[in-house]
Ligand binder design. Structure first.
Ligand code: PA5
Length: 424
């Protein structure tokens, strides 16, 4: 269908792709671990090929039902149960079909001000809720669900409220599953072998993204195409050709050279939540055992007028990864009033000049800049990008010598918070 692939540009790094060949064996071992299906929590790797088609059909039917029932669909969840959806909804907004509900988010913080204001906004809207929690016990979504369920019951009565609640949680375990079974809510499963931050292509992301009017089948096709490039060996499935492996190896090489912070940068504000998703993916997968590259995010050109200074001349512990959307969509021509140097040009052309100029300036200053080319804002590219980064992140964590799929630190804070609340 002539879909362009995700591209990786490593020009201007102090080392060549060939230098990365020292990582080949380790990367191939990592690749085998992912492909084997034996490693815990690697279900996401095969998801684009093995997705349960009956479940997908149920998701599409539920999205259609939600479209008919409400104008606002409130997605309740935090971390991996929410960021992927937010990333898709914001980035793919131009690709969403008309007539689908607006998506609002709840339970991603414990702010009474945020939730009060949300309740105010929802007062005269027709709403449905989607609560997503693998464990079913996380404090933030539990609080938000409690509040919004009460709101729904007041608005529609208990029976109709029940028809407007959609749940995505563990197949068997947890209080949310118990309540779902008791109350008969429509529900979907977070697969056992997929952790939160790797779950966007499961029901966790597919239901709310489909409910936003985004073509989730195309998303899965994009992920399958990216996964197919790897499994068919189209990339050579080895360094230096395989972009995912090269990216994983380059990050580790930079880390060894003292670059301990990776700044993800985008020149399109619609990628802000995609960057948040990347921060979670890399931060939770790699930040353990006293190791890891700290993932940060900046919005350009906005942050060039603040953090641009630090990048250009500050502590050289940083490397940059640009998320370059090659075709940003409809352009806007700059009028006369903007001055002779800019008038008549397209905004996208100027944005591209900013990317090129900044990259050149930063490379001249000795900063390592990686560029990842994302062809455009569409569901296919989104699916490809999700799978590309998930695999690259897992391989990168293996190179670092850490387990990519657990998050003991997050579990620790959750336990401490519970014990503080119990004491109060
Ligand atoms: O990636 C992870 O595992 C975490 O970020 C979780 O997704 C997050 O803590 C939410 O957990 P749960 O889905 O159990 O509510």
């Amino acid at each position: 269908m002539g879909n362009k692939n995700i591209g990786l540009n490593l020009d201007g790094l102090d080392f060549s792709r060939e230098c990365l060949e020292i990582y080949t064996q380790e990367l191939q071992r990592g690749q085998q671990r992912l492909e084997s299906g034996q490693e815990e929590f690697t279900g996401w790797y095969r998801l684009p090929f093995d997705y349960d088609r009956t479940e997908l059909q149920r998701i599409l039917e539920a999205a259609e039902e939600i479209r008919k029932k409400c104008t606002v669909f409130v997605v309740i969840g935090i971390g991996g149960s929410y960021l992927g959806t937010r990333a898709a909804v914001e980035w793919l907004e131009p690709a969403a079909k008309a007539g689908f509900p607006k998506i609002c988010f709840a339970g991603q913080n414990i702010s009474s001000r945020y939730h009060r204001s949300l309740l105010k906004e929802l007062r005269d809207k027709d709403i449905c809720l989607c609560v997503i929690s693998k464990s079913g016990t996380t404090a933030e979504p539990s609080i938000a669900f409690g509040i919004l369920k009460e709101f729904l019951i007041e608005k529609y009565g208990r029976e109709e409220a029940g028809n407007r609640i959609y749940v995505i949680t563990d197949r068997e375990k947890g209080v949310l599953r118990e309540e779902t079974n008791r109350e008969g809510y429509k529900s979907f499963v977070v697969p056992d072998d997929i952790g939160g931050r790797y779950s966007v292509l499961s029901a966790v992301g597919l239901l709310p993204i489909a409910a936003a009017g985004i073509d989730v089948k195309r998303m899965l096709e994009g992920a399958a195409a990216e996964a197919g490039r790897v499994s068919s060996g189209e990339n050579g499935s080895e360094l230096p050709k395989d972009p995912g492996m090269c990216y994983a190896a380059a990050r580790n090489e930079l880390y060894k050279r003292g670059k301990i912070i990776e700044v993800f940068e985008a020149y399109e504000p619609s990628l802000a939540s995609f960057i948040e998703w990347l921060k979670q993916l890399f931060g939770e997968s790699e930040g353990k055992c006293g190791k890891g590259i700290f993932p940060a995010g900046l919005q350009f050109s906005t942050d060039l007028h603040s953090m641009g200074q630090f990048l250009q001349e500050g502590n050289p512990v940083v490397f940059e990864t640009i998320l370059n959307v090659e075709d940003p969509g409809e352009d806007l021509i700059i009028p006369e009033g903007a001055g002779a140097a800019l008038a008549g040009k397209g905004m996208s052309e100027v944005n591209r000049a900013a990317l090129q100029g900044v990259t050149a300036a930063h490379r001249k200053a000795g900063i390592s800049v990686i560029r990842i080319d994302l062809p455009k804002a569409d569901p296919f590219v989104f699916g490809s990008a999700v799978w590309f980064f998930e695999r690259a992140c897992a391989l990168s964590a293996y190179l670092l010598g850490v387990t990519p799929f657990d998050q003991p630190g997050v579990e620790q804070y959750k336990a401490e918070m519970r014990s503080v609340l119990e004491k109060e």
